[in-house]
Design a protein around this ligand. Structure first.
Ligand SMILES: [Zn+2]
Length: 438
């Protein structure tokens, strides 16, 4: 089986590629990238005009909800959403029911995922049993079962001592600890960013400092242990300063930012829509400006969605009582193209670093490159495609997004996993060109 992608703009920062090239795929692997490759026996795919061929996008922070909360999402519906969103791989957080703190849960997730096929799944194991912050799980056992990182996401790693031990233990396997940074005493029972908007709306506040002090702790401990820490869903300007300072000192700290934290401010709270309630909360304009600066200057390593599906009934309550979180898999790439690339914040090459190269490197998983010999996980984007977000047409089982009806420039053209087109956007003119890959 040979397929030749002809005439696309190939952007692969892992090899310094950015230009019109052909890509030859054989038996699901990249075998050659060059100008004007002769057809030979390959079936030809004329990449539609303007499309960009990238290493497959990897979302390193999703909640697939299975096992235990299948009314919100299942592995099958979550992976359908991932494909439509342009993601060839996702890493799933351990706060399912039961929590992924033993090999049997990891194996369950991987078995379900392989039965579904399509987007690859990399489970993240818990740091502590039940994510209760007491006893470290067996990192070696979880790694052998297929976990790629550890996190108590939903909560921070509870104490400095536990974080120290976790960094030392994970460091033996060169694996990262991913931390949901928030000081629970400063967060209290807050529901929104502490500032002018929360005061005006009468919502209990969560200060940016609740995140920042925990990021400072983690950076300091990563320095002490020489371990690797990755800050999940970073949202506050002060947290970004802490990461930047850690990097300047040679500490192994990386971080991710979600699309909602670089697109929306706490002004979106007006109207009390529970679909803008998330944790960390939408922050002030100065914080959003800092996120954009970090995305542009390299301080931010990855864009991750924190895809957090909730059933409509759970969100249809008063703001105070609604659960935190929104979906993100099916809107992230359009948000990033519209708000980052078209507004001149980042180049497409930098976007590919944020969505593919860096997540692969941080998690030490395959992908993040179109290098010859690697598996042909490829995301093809159409940067100028007009996209209207239609939540009713999304694949996720849940619909808790504040972006319904938004009109954006740029979207996913096709998602190839192992050389097969597992998703093709039929709204794109010329989409039938991908037929030989289906
Ligand atoms: Zn979290």
């Amino acid at each position: 089986m040979k397929q030749l992608l002809k005439g696309g703009r190939v952007v692969d920062p892992s090899q310094g590629l950015d230009g019109i090239s052909d890509v030859l795929i054989e038996d699901g692997r990249i075998v050659r990238i060059d100008r004007d490759i002769a057809e030979g026996s390959a079936s030809i795919v004329h990449v539609p005009a303007g499309c960009v061929v990238c290493p497959g996008f990897i979302d390193m922070h999703v909640h697939l909800r299975e096992p235990g909360q299948e009314h919100k999402e299942t592995i099958a519906t979550g992976l359908e959403a991932a494909l439509a969103g342009g993601f060839t791989a996702v890493a799933c957080m351990p706060n399912t029911d039961p929590i992924n703190d033993t090999a049997s849960v990891t194996e369950f997730i991987l078995k379900k995922a392989s039965a579904v096929g399509g987007t690859r799944v990399y489970p993240i194991g818990a740091v502590s049993y039940g994510s209760k912050g007491e006893r470290l799980v067996e990192f070696g056992e979880l790694r052998d079962a297929g976990c790629v990182a550890f996190s108590d996401d939903g909560r921070p790693v509870a104490t400095a001592l536990l974080m120290r031990r976790a960094l030392e233990y994970a460091g033996m396997f060169d694996m990262p600890i991913i931390d949901h940074c928030e000081d629970p005493t400063l967060k209290g029972d807050g529901v929104a960013h502490e500032g002018y908007e929360s005061a005006a709306l009468g919502l209990r506040g969560i200060p940016g400092a609740a995140e920042e002090v925990m990021v400072e702790r983690d950076v300091t401990l990563a320095g002490l242990t020489r371990g690797r820490v990755h800050i999940a869903h970073l949202s506050a300007a002060g947290s970004l300063r802490a990461v930047r300072s850690g990097k300047d000192r040679g500490i192994q700290v990386t971080c991710e930012v979600t699309p909602h934290h670089f697109v929306l401010t706490d002004e979106a709270l007006r109207g009390y829509d529970t679909n803008v309630k998330m944790n960390p909360p939408l922050r002030a304009a100065a914080d959003v400006a800092a996120m954009l600066e970090g995305l542009a200057d390299g301080t931010v390593d990855a864009i991750a969605t924190d895809h957090a599906p909730h059933h409509a009934d759970e969100k249809a309550v008063e703001f105070d009582r609604a659960p935190f979180g929104i979906t993100g898999l099916e809107t992230a790439v359009s948000m990033a193209l519209d708000r980052l690339v078209h507004r001149g914040v980042v180049t497409i090459a930098r976007l590919v670093e944020l969505l593919s190269v860096n997540p692969a490197r941080i998690l030490s998983v395959p992908g993040g490159t179109l290098a010859v010999g690697t598996v042909a996980d490829v995301t093809i984007v159409a940067p100028d495609l007009p996209v209207t977000v239609r939540v009713a047409q999304q694949r996720s089982r849940s619909r808790n997004t504040p972006f319904d009806g938004w009109e954006l420039r740029g979207g996913v053209a096709a998602t190839l996993v192992g050389g097969r087109a597992r998703y093709v956007n039929d709204a794109l003119e010329g989409a039938h060109a991908f037929d030989p890959l289906r």
